[in-house]
Ligand binder design. Structure first.
Ligand code: CO
Ligand code: CO
Length: 327
């Protein structure tokens, strides 16, 4: 669902007034933090969606990586997971087996375990995980911690929404698909560990609302303006070609409508660049706010750990007319 629809539905619902809820009080996120006792906090999140690639095993990996992403965005560690499955009665069961195998392999790579799951008959295939994580050393990141003077780092390239829409239309070249699969199935584990070690002020993961949608939430929650530099933003090679051939997800268009009023664009930024910056991502990277003196070390550790597209893509400035400026 688009960010606008969702906000209207959630608005005014009764909330839980419990001091142990450290994040997730107003239902605006797909993850929350709960304090069990003085030393232990748990993070819970879930995500599931229809296949974004044709190979069921790879889809399983991608969806599992995406489901664990919010745990990593908070600087926590995933520990247990449950499968969420919708599956049509007429599709070969071997497909589901492959999806689940992909998910299990990814959860194992994360150092967590799968404890079971729930399956319903559905018109289309859907798969994802409900994940529980733990916070280590009482420290976690929120999207409200960005401070003026911070630098902003993005850890994976953009383009996944456009590329996967192109796959459905049969216009995504094989090598571009492979590159997108590589990044979508990559855990944000290294990125999360590196940012916690470096002492990041704030972080979020880039998924369905696109780079600018998630940046907007961080800016609003932190009461700052986020200034991004379009030239610095990593994009998977070939994304523009696929966009120009007409592949663009409906969700990305809805993102644009919702956030347009909060953005100040530099006039010379062309339409494709704007579309890519709001494109709905699947299992995108972390978007990290960190004080400028710590940014170089973090960037080095991110790249050394395999997040080689990591780049400083902007800075946090005191709140101006708009929450986001793109130069
Ligand atoms: Co999510
Ligand atoms: Co998220």
């Amino acid at each position: 669902m688009g960010p606008c629809d969702l906000e209207n539905i959630i608005l005014g619902l009764p909330t839980f007034d419990d001091p142990r809820i450290l994040a997730g009080k107003n239902y605006t996120d797909d993850a929350g933090i709960f304090r069990l006792n003085d030393n232990t906090m748990i993070v819970q999140t879930l995500d599931f969606f229809p296949p974004v690639v044709n190979d069921p095993y790879l889809f399983g990996q991608i969806s599992a990586a995406n489901s664990m992403s919010d745990i990593y965005a908070m600087g926590a560690i995933p520990v247990t997971a449950l499968n969420i499955v919708g599956f049509p009665s007429k599709v070969d069961r071997i497909i589901l087996r492959e999806i689940l195998r992909g998910g299990i392999d990814k959860v194992r790579e994360a150092g967590a375990v799968v404890l079971g799951g729930h399956t319903v008959i559905d018109r289309e295939i859907k798969y994802g995980l409900a994940v529980t994580g733990i916070v280590k050393n009482n420290s976690f990141t929120r999207n409200s911690g960005a401070r003026a003077g911070d630098l902003l780092i993005l850890t994976k390239p953009l383009g996944m929404g456009i590329i996967t829409t192109g796959i459905k239309k049969g216009i995504t070249p094989g090598d571009v698909e492979q590159e997108a699969v590589k990044w979508m199935s990559r855990l944000n584990k290294n990125a999360s560990e590196a940012m916690m070690k470096a002492g990041a002020n704030s972080a979020t993961d880039i998924t369905g609302f696109g780079l600018l949608g998630h940046a907007l939430r961080m800016a609003e929650a932190s009461d700052v303006t986020i200034k991004l530099e379009v030239k610095k933003i990593p994009v998977i090679e070939g994304t523009r070609d696929i966009l120009e051939k007409g592949a663009y997800p409906g969700g990305s268009g809805r993102n644009r409508q919702y956030i347009e009023k909060s953005i100040k664009w530099n006039d010379r930024i062309d339409e494709p660049a704007r579309k890519i910056m709001v494109d709905a991502q699947t299992s995108g990277g972390l978007f990290i706010s960190i004080s400028s003196e710590k940014a170089d070390d973090l960037l080095q550790n991110l790249r050394d750990g395999g997040d080689e597209y990591s780049e400083v893509i902007g800075e946090v400035i005191p709140k101006g007319d708009k929450f986001i400026e793109v130069a």
